[in-house]
Unconditional design. Structure first.
Lengths: 349, 304, 215
């Protein structure tokens, strides 16, 4: 809708960029140097990341702006405010976009668009956003209609209860009774997982986790369930809550992109690897989620899901550990190097 | 005050009324006090919770005004389209060929026996499933509002035409105009004038209905205000309240305008009452009717 | 589509039952509210008149969804904890009650002045006048608008999805999501609504024939 105007703006911007690029090729290397210990093995200049020249990525560059779907109500990950969006997802977005434009000013090339859980696939399918970085769990069902790059983070589903755990809840089994009420969000994997794990539970369904937290504050629900990352965010906002129980699901957060956007996907994987190696990933985490939790190791890029994972000329260490690069398409599904071999039926087309 | 039901009160009556006055006032104030006290006790009047809504510089434009803008955009678009659809459907209802009448009737009756929300959800989730890739919350909302209100407006239009009475159409054919000519030159101009208040009232209702866009993620006023409410500390209630007040003001102004026009029309054009008689929205006209009939009952006492 | 409906018939049926209960309870309460509000409006006590006028204006000009949220999250702040269903009933009755108040009021005003005069002549007080003479006749005058309001109220029950009431629309969305077939789910729900509302309309039509006073 209102995105169309940016096409014209994009043309003008890309003209300017061309002029700037011709003149300022060298300075691009220094300005895009990350502030935190920049001894990256990959090239320091963002636009020299492998795969950044592919046509799909060039399209984004031409548009001048990358439309990023993000949550506006996810504390620590995506919080929309008058000064823009803050959080881990936003930082990752900036790092990724910086790799496309390489001019040290990722903010000017990002347009954040709010996506709630249920909107994420539709927005990608309808070309309302170019990518979605919104605590977006990778799963096969979604993979059928869109594609994923990454993951860039990994968490797991857990339970949040009022501080002091008055009901003594330790796992989903404790909640598997109509006497206790649990809350989650419409259209999310958390809801599906929970209903599968505790079919007898009484469940309240809202449109946003903050409503769930409010309801728990009011004493209407006994537990809120979703990814641990989101729960920590709620705690940082509401206080008076605590997280209990082990993670009962694996939630790898990925970058949602339109189905078939292979160029973009390959580039993104490469770029994610880059920022993990360079320490920028750690810095982004510490500045956001890291304020309430310890910084974990970043998860490995998923190399089983698609025939190709990394672009030609990839410098990512993970790429040589038995993954597939675009030089060796489809028949090079991962070798036993990494351990378990995923049967090709799991790789969705 | 309805002069019908109470005649001039004697001293005992006046005393009783004064007593009742006092009791009523005390009761209402007590109720208000209770509500305010409880809200105060749970900290709902804290400045920090309300701060955001007074912030004209940043919060207002981005959230509240933007949301209001989206609301108005959807409402106006839907209104224009619904008018067109409703007009066509009304013509269908009044057509001379029976199959056409029947189809129009099916459309109107069908769409008014199903909740609007189902249409909105169907337009958003269902049409996407059928492969219409361009569906966004905005387009889904507009499509649903258009088809639904088109049915309501069709009835209003039809009632407007029928309210003219047969005299006009008979006179028109008496001077040699055929069906369509008489429609165009005689019936419709008069009917349209009478329908304007109802149409305005329908616009008010439509604005109310755009709030349902919340459920499919359309960034209308309620949702935007909710965004404000999610930032810590959580002030959801305050956010919804403010959104409610803004909605109220807009809708109230619209319906006041509509009822003022209606009253003026009655005085000018006599008994031109458009009795669409169905659907919640048309009951706004009932409220006006109640007011007008009260006035009428009062007047004889003055002029007699 | 039929397959989907058959498979989830029990779920749809439970949702339908919730919708029906919501619609009936809230309408009955709304009728009571409506009569009370209308009585306030025509009473000789100004504070009551103004209260009723304010009540009507507030609820008629506010979107139902907004009211749902305000009441749901607001009740707890007042110290009262109603469950979702009860909150929905209260909000729906308050909302429809405002409209019914106007309908009943127009019915009251449509009654011949002679009735009130005769009642006064016989010595009836205000409350007796209202309850024995006026209201019964007023209600019979406005059966048509009342039936329309019932249908509108029943349709408004769908909005209770927003506070997680498991009525028909909620259920349809859930089934549509789990089967990835929203079209069938919502078509099925629409059919259920249509059939039951047309049926309700027919019943009211019968009532109208038997009971209504034509003016």
């Amino acid at each position: 809708m209102h995105i169309r105007r940016f096409r014209v703006l994009g043309l003008v911007l890309s003209l300017l960029l061309l002029l700037a690029a011709c003149g300022g090729g060298e300075s691009a290397e220094t300005t895009s140097e990350p502030a935190v210990g920049g001894d990256s093995e990959a090239a320091a200049g963002g636009s020299t990341t492998a795969g950044a020249d592919a046509p799909g990525v060039q399209e984004l560059r031409d548009a001048g702006t990358v439309r990023v779907g993000i949550k506006y109500d996810q504390p620590l990950f995506g919080v929309g405010g008058p000064s823009g969006v803050e959080g881990f997802d936003a930082e990752i977005a900036k790092l990724l976009v910086e790799g496309i434009f390489g001019d040290g000013d990722p903010d000017s090339h990002i347009e954040f668009i709010e996506t709630v859980s249920a909107n994420r696939e539709p927005f990608l399918q309808n070309d309302e956003v170019d990518m979605v970085i919104a605590t977006y769990t990778i799963n096969d069902e979604r993979d059928q209609v869109i594609d994923f790059a990454g993951p860039y983070y990994s968490t797991g589903q857990q339970l949040m209860v009022p501080e002091g755990n008055p009901e003594g809840i330790q796992s989903t089994d404790d909640l598997n009774t109509p006497d206790l009420t649990t809350c989650s969000v419409e259209g999310s994997t958390s809801l599906e997982n929970f209903e599968a794990a505790a079919p007898q539970a009484d469940v309240l369904v809202f449109d946003a986790y903050s409503r769930c937290a409010e309801a728990m504050n009011d004493g209407r629900v006994d537990a809120v369930t979703t990814d641990g990352a989101i729960l920590y965010g709620l705690i940082s906002d509401f206080e008076g809550f605590e997280v209990v129980g082990d993670e009962f699901s694996e939630e790898p957060y990925g970058i949602g992109i339109p189905e078939g956007a292979t160029d973009v996907r390959l580039y993104l994987n490469e770029r994610i690897c880059e920022i993990q190696e360079s320490g920028e990933w750690d810095a982004a985490y510490e500045a956001t989620v890291g304020t309430v939790s310890e910084t974990p190791d970043p998860p490995p890029i998923d190399q089983q899901r698609y025939p190709e994972t990394f672009p030609e000329g990839s410098t990512c260490p993970q790429a040589t550990e038995g993954g597939a690069t675009s030089e060796a398409p489809s028949d090079a599904v991962s070798e036993p190097d990494t351990g378990s071999v995923e049967v090709p039926s799991e790789v969705s087309s | 005050m309805s002069a019908v039901l109470t005649e001039q009160l004697g001293p005992r009556g006046r005393r009783r009324v004064r007593a009742a006055n006092a009791v009523a006032i005390v009761f209402i104030l007590a109720l208000a006090a209770f509500v305010i006290y409880r809200l105060q006790a749970t900290g709902n009047f804290e400045g920090s919770l309300w701060e955001e809504f007074i912030d004209y510089e940043t919060q207002w434009p981005q959230y509240l005004l933007a949301g209001l803008g989206y609301t108005i955009r959807a409402a106006l678009t839907a209104m224009v389209l619904a008018t067109i659809v409703g007009f066509i459907a009304a013509l269908g209802r009044l057509a001379r060929s029976r199959p056409v009448r029947w189809i129009a009737r099916a459309y109107v009756e069908g769409f008014r026996s199903v909740p609007l929300l189902i249409f909105i959800l169907f337009a958003y989730l269902g049409l996407q499933q059928l492969g219409l890739a361009f569906i966004s919350p905005f387009s889904a909302l507009v499509i649903a509002l258009t088809t639904y209100n088109g049915a309501v407006l069709a009835e209003i239009f039809r009632a407007g035409v029928l309210s003219l009475g047969r005299g006009q159409s008979e006179a028109a054919s008496a001077i040699g105009l055929n069906y369509w000519q008489s429609m165009r030159l005689v019936i419709l101009p008069q009917a349209v004038r009478r329908m304007i208040p109802s149409i305005l009232a329908q616009l008010a209702t439509l604005t109310k209905d755009t709030s349902l866009g919340y459920i499919i993620g359309y960034e209308e006023l309620l949702r935007r205000a909710g965004r404000l409410g999610e930032q810590s500390p959580s002030n959801n209630l305050q956010a919804f309240f403010v959104a409610g007040v803004i909605y109220f003001i807009v809708i109230y102004l619209l319906s006041r305008l509509a009822s003022r026009l209606e009253v003026r029309q009655r005085r000018k054009y006599g008994a031109g009452r458009v009795e669409a008689g169905a659907g919640l929205e048309d009951i706004d006209a009932l409220g006006v009717e109640a007011d007008v009939s009260e006035q009428r009952l009062r007047e004889p006492a003055i002029s007699a | 589509m039929v397959g989907l409906l058959a498979e989830h018939a029990d779920v749809f049926w439970s949702g339908f039952k919730v919708t029906t209960r919501l619609a009936l309870y809230s309408f009955i309460i709304a009728l009571v509210i409506g009569v009370i509000i209308a009585s306030f409006r025509v009473s000789p006590i100004p504070p009551l008149q103004r209260f009723a006028a304010g009540y009507v204006a507030t609820f008629r000009n506010s979107p139902l969804l907004v009211l749902f949220f305000i009441f749901y999250f607001g009740f707890t702040k007042l110290g009262i904890q109603f469950n979702e269903f009860l909150t929905a009933v209260i909000v729906l009755s308050a909302y429809t009650g405002a409209y019914l108040g106007e309908a009943v009021r127009s019915g009251i005003n449509a009654i011949d002045v002679g009735q009130a005069e005769a009642a006064r002549a016989v010595g009836l007080g205000f409350v007796q006048l209202l309850s024995l003479i006026i209201i019964p006749q007023a209600l019979r005058t406005v059966v048509a608008p009342i039936s329309n309001l019932f249908i509108a109220n029943a349709k408004n029950t769908a909005i209770a999805v927003s506070i997680s009431v498991r009525e028909l629309t909620f259920v349809a969305r859930q089934v549509g999501s789990s089967e990835a077939d929203y079209v069938s789910a919502f078509l099925g729900a629409a059919l259920l609504y249509m059939v039951s509302l047309l049926f309700a309309g027919a019943i009211f039509g019968w009532i109208e024939k038997r009971v209504a006073i034509r003016r």
